[in-house]
Ligand binder design. Sequence first.
Ligand SMILES: [Zn+2]
Length: 74
Amino acid sequence: MIDIGIIWTCKGCEYELFRFEKVGQDYYGVRTPQEIMSYHGNKCPRCGRQLEMPTIFSIQIARKKRKTLDYELI
Ligand SMILES: [Zn+2]
């Protein structure tokens, strides 16, 4: 079984805004983009860039590494 996650990063500084992690059959902690944006006050907490709705360019699919809890981009 492959654990994958979806990572939404800021386009300005690549700060990780949100990560969706798949746990078993369910996605844990899924929020809508609007909820995530309002949680951050509609701007990146690191660089202050105005957040936009995530696109294919700001979403990255990551695969969980076997021995660590880190993710590597695939
Ligand atoms: Zn940023």
